[in-house]
Design a protein around this ligand. Structure first.
Ligand SMILES: NC(=O)c1ccc[n+]([C@@H]2O[C@H](COP(=O)([O-])OP(=O)(O)OC[C@H]3O[C@@H](n4cnc5c(N)ncnc54)[C@H](OP(=O)(O)O)[C@@H]3O)[C@@H](O)[C@H]2O)c1
Length: 359
């Protein structure tokens, strides 16, 4: 068999459609995997409907970047260490590469980079495993990366993860971190990673319905994200001392995340969505602000990614919570259901659907 079924984006702002594609041959550090599960994330909807990342110039494109599957073939160049770590038949999880337009999860087979992959831990199934690759690595890097891809533009906050360079002198217990959008899956993961690192004060903003859950995950304070006096509520907790803000949901206008930063000390601000800092707000930050647009591709943060992919399985076995799956599409035959899940995200919903590509 040399060809396979894929569900692809062939026209921007139109439904995905079924096409045939060649089965790729793994090269360099790659593994060919038979897809078992993938996730339809907000990013996929933005690619489909808005043509983000100029994806329209690389069509047809196979979307969904959380990949889970069974190792089917090793690249001839794969190191023996990676080949032993990921034997044929092993269930693995990884991110698809943004640079491979036909590398996504909505097809029978795809290739993954074995350096940035992990075995699926025994306490979850493949459908659940698709919660972790993108959101897990993005929030991990959002807090702990000081790498950052081309021109270093996609840094995280640069807090050294314990064991990484700079960590021996870092006072985790005395550190305060604000995670805006703590109710998102990325936010929940960030809270748990901050707790794992031993950060003493973790303030988050979210809908208060979920406050108890966020406290269980590790937030020390939950502030209502709808509150009109949100800035003063956070400032009443931090004084003028807050220097780290990780933001999963602010978009367009960054007045809120920057306002809560210290006016006198240098602040660090890493965010997942695009926006601008209001000049007036920025002027009040006498210590300056370093701002980073996160990009959660492992290849942009290779040193941190090596640590993450080595540890993620153990963290999941220890109870890391990926935020849950709202529904499962059974197979690539359900093209209508796949498009419907994306339509829900387009229309302002937050339901996360995973696709059981094969069982
Ligand atoms: N840059 C990157 O590399 C990267 C990587 C991954 C994801 N992302 C992006 O990050 C965003 C979050 O993704 P996700 O999958 O984690 O989200 P998600 O799980 O779908 O988030 C849903 C939750 O967000 C909260 N929320 C809704 N509107 C909000 C707002 N205006 N401000 C703050 N919180 C709000 C709500 O919870 P509560 O009501 O409980 O607060 C809602 O239940 C998406 O836009 C995604 O595309 C970017």
């Amino acid at each position: 068999m040399t060809t396979q079924t894929a569900i692809a984006l062939t026209t921007i702002a139109a439904p995905l459609t079924k096409i045939q594609l060649p089965i790729p041959a793994p090269k360099d550090n790659e593994l060919l995997i038979k897809m078992t599960a993938s996730a339809i994330a907000p990013f996929d909807q933005k690619l489909r409907d808005l043509g983000l990342f100029n994806i329209g110039s690389r069509l047809p494109a196979v979307l969904t970047y959380d990949l889970v599957g069974i190792v089917s073939k090793h690249s001839p160049e794969l190191s023996s260490t990676l080949a032993q770590k990921f034997p044929i038949g092993a269930h693995v999880m990884a991110q698809a590469s943004l640079f491979n337009p036909v590398g996504g999860g909505l097809q029978e087979y795809t290739v993954i980079d074995a350096r940035f992959s992990a075995l699926v831990p025994k306490n979850i199934d493949d459908v659940e495993a698709a919660l972790f690759p993108i959101n897990g690595f993005t929030s991990f890097a959002g807090l702990f990366s000081s790498e950052g891809g081309p021109e270093g533009k996609h840094h995280g906050l640069g807090i050294p993860f314990p064991g990484m360079p700079g960590s021996s002198n870092f006072n985790y217990a005395n550190t305060t971190l604000a995670i805006l959008g703590g109710g998102t899956r990325c936010g929940k993961l960030a809270i748990q990673f901050a707790k794992l690192a031993g950060i003493g004060t973790i303030i988050t903003t979210a809908g208060l319905n979920g406050a108890a859950e966020l406290k269980k995950l590790g937030a020390t304070h939950v502030v209502d994200r709808h509150a009109k006096d949100l800035v003063s509520q956070v400032r009443s907790l931090t004084g003028d001392g807050l220097v780290y803000v990780y933001d999963t949901m602010s978009q367009g206008d960054f007045a809120l995340p920057v306002s809560i930063l210290s006016n006198s000390k240098k602040g660090y601000f890493s965010h997942l969505l695009h926006g601008k800092i209001d000049e007036k707000v920025l002027e009040s930050k006498k210590g300056g602000v370093e701002e980073w647009q996160m990009n959660g591709a492992s290849g942009f943060h290779p040193k941190l990614a090596e640590l993450f992919w080595g540890k993620i399985g153990g963290w999941i076995e220890g109870g890391l919570n990926g935020g849950g799956v709202d529904g499962v599409v059974e197979g690539l035959g359900e093209v209508g259901a796949i498009n419907k899940a994306m339509d829900g995200l387009r229309d302002g919903g937050f339901e996360r659907w995973h696709v059981r590509v094969s069982s």
